[in-house]
Design a protein around this ligand. Structure first.
Ligand SMILES: [Zn+2]
Length: 512
């Protein structure tokens, strides 16, 4: 028996916390951290008699995410209870959406050019068999389309704390936090694509301000479903699906999927576990030992006993909410990058950096609007402003100067009112004082003299004061022009326009 080839098949489930003010079904504050069990109430603890109520903005943020990932938004939906026993789930069930999710049938286009060349694969590797629909490689192999099956609303559970000693503790501050769960079709064909999927989703959802997407704080985590298509002696086999839970970094997704693919290949060669569509193995990733660990085998299949949540009536989603959510989506990162490159002729690198956050991109475009040199605007923001922000660990939202400050600074240099070097002084001063560049230039007396009459009177005076230089010039020493220019610069305090002054000195001497 010989294995001819194998393909990796990956689907993802991403859980993301939403940026609502309160938890999903109660008035407790929705915030990370703090003293354990300080943000809890009868509702999020599931005490008897407590009545859940859908929080303001919860459904709308879900719809914003749905639009951003190109989904259809349901006009009518409901919540369900999913029953299971786990220490961090006090009430014994979780409120989620079962058969009528808020969003369905979307897609995310992975920017394949972000992967190293050898991982981009191109057009030949595509969807698994029996797929009918759009091609997954679009725009000449630039993007791979990953279908989003559904996005549903769901509450988060508490958190077990295993402190030193013999006891475990549970913090319910996170219990009842609003989540969305994004479920994809098994459209990814490598661990790198799975990581890129999560990265792309993180960027999009941050752009539309649905989530902080902070992986370290558990704002966003990914479960990866993975198995292999193996061709052996011309016959196709599928290995059993494993679900690797709670991957909370791009590296862990890559590591866990790579390891699991190799493990499944080895298992296939050794004992040929058959594929069984109804069951899957639940696994965890041990980051210290760099291996996947079985948490639950397929034999202990869990029955969640879904029922309609009796305390929340099924509800209509208004057209008004749906269109308001669509308005909040605006231009998404990839579209913005393509437009900025085309509209301003900036480099890939400049555009990547300027679009890191939507707020920075908006700030840049505001500054570029009335600027005489857009490339220079980009340079001042990228090289100077971001350097200062990085140093202070601040973002563009913390900046006190306005985009108009940069526009004015760039225009002053373009008009040769000040030199580039003087620009740096003005820049530092404006960050310090918030004064407009024009004000600083005036106050500091930096403005160069471009007025022809003013330059001429200085040149005349310098020539009159230096008769020896003039006679040297007449004797053939043309290099005195440079020396006289030095005198002109000195006399003007370095403020005359050097080009205009040099021409004038040469012209005056020639006519004497
Ligand atoms: Zn609560």
């Amino acid at each position: 028996m010989a294995i001819d080839k194998y393909e990796i098949v990956i689907g993802c489930e991403i859980h993301t916390q939403l940026l609502t003010k309160t938890k999903a079904f109660c008035a407790c504050e929705n915030r990370y951290g703090g003293m354990p069990n300080t943000r809890v109430c009868p509702v999020c603890l599931g005490l008897p008699g407590a009545m859940p109520r859908i929080s303001k903005g919860y459904v709308e943020l879900g719809a914003v995410a749905g639009h951003a990932l190109n989904c259809n938004i349901a006009r009518f939906t409901k919540f369900d209870r999913k029953h299971y026993f786990y220490p961090d789930l006090t009430k014994g069930y979780q409120i989620t959406q079962y058969d009528i999710p808020l969003c369905t049938d979307g897609h995310v286009d992975l920017p394949m050019h972000k992967l190293p060349k050898e991982q981009q694969f191109g057009g030949e590797k595509c969807r698994p068999k029996n797929f009918v629909g759009d091609d997954c490689i679009i725009e000449n192999g630039k993007y791979r389309r990953v279908r989003v099956e559904r996005i549903h609303l769901e509450e988060d559970v508490g958190k077990s704390l295993h402190l030193q000693g013999t006891h475990s503790y549970i913090d319910y501050n996170r219990s009842g936090t609003p989540l969305i769960e994004i479920v994809t079709k098994p459209d990814m064909t490598s661990p790198e694509e799975a990581a890129l999927f999560m990265e792309t989703v993180q960027e999009i959802l941050r752009y539309v301000k649905v989530t902080n997407g902070n992986l370290e704080e558990g704002n966003m985590r990914c479960d990866a479903n993975i198995n292999l298509n193996v061709w052996e002696d011309g016959k196709l086999y599928h290995t059993p699906i494993s679900e690797i839970k709670n991957l909370n970094s791009f590296q862990k997704i890559k590591d866990a999927c790579s390891y699991e693919a190799q493990r499944q290949l080895k298992e296939f060669q050794e004992d040929r576990q058959p594929f069984n569509p109804g069951f899957k193995v639940t696994m965890g990733w041990d980051d210290d030992k760099k291996c996947t660990v079985v948490q639950r085998t397929k034999n202990s299949f869990v029955d969640y006993r879904f029922v309609v949540e009796p305390d929340i009536k099924p509800f209509s989603v208004s057209e008004e909410l749906i269109s308001r959510a669509l308005e909040k989506v605006g231009e998404l990162p990839e579209a913005k990058r393509t437009r900025l490159k085309k509209e301003y002729g900036l480099s890939d690198f400049d555009v990547e950096t300027l679009t890191q956050t939507r707020d920075l991109a908006v700030w840049f475009e505001e500054a570029a609007k009335n600027a005489k040199d857009v490339k220079k605007v980009a340079n001042w923001i990228l090289a100077e402003l971001l350097a200062v922000l990085n140093e202070k660990k601040e973002t563009i939202n913390d900046v006190t100067i306005t985009p108009a400050h940069i526009t004015e600074l760039v225009n002053a240099i373009a008009d040769k009112k000040i030199s580039n070097a003087q620009g740096k002084t003005v820049f530092a001063k404006m960050l310090e004082t918030n004064k407009m560049p024009s004000v600083i230039i005036k106050e500091e007396g930096m403005e160069t003299v471009s007025d022809a009459g003013a330059i001429e009177s200085i040149v005349d005076k310098v020539i009159a004061d230096n008769p020896k230089a003039v006679s040297d010039y007449k004797g053939g020493k043309t290099n005195v022009v440079g020396w006289l220019m030095g005198q002109v610069m000195k006399a003007s305090g370095g403020k005359v326009n050097p080009k205009a002054a040099t021409e004038l000195v040469a012209k005056k001497l020639a006519s004497m």
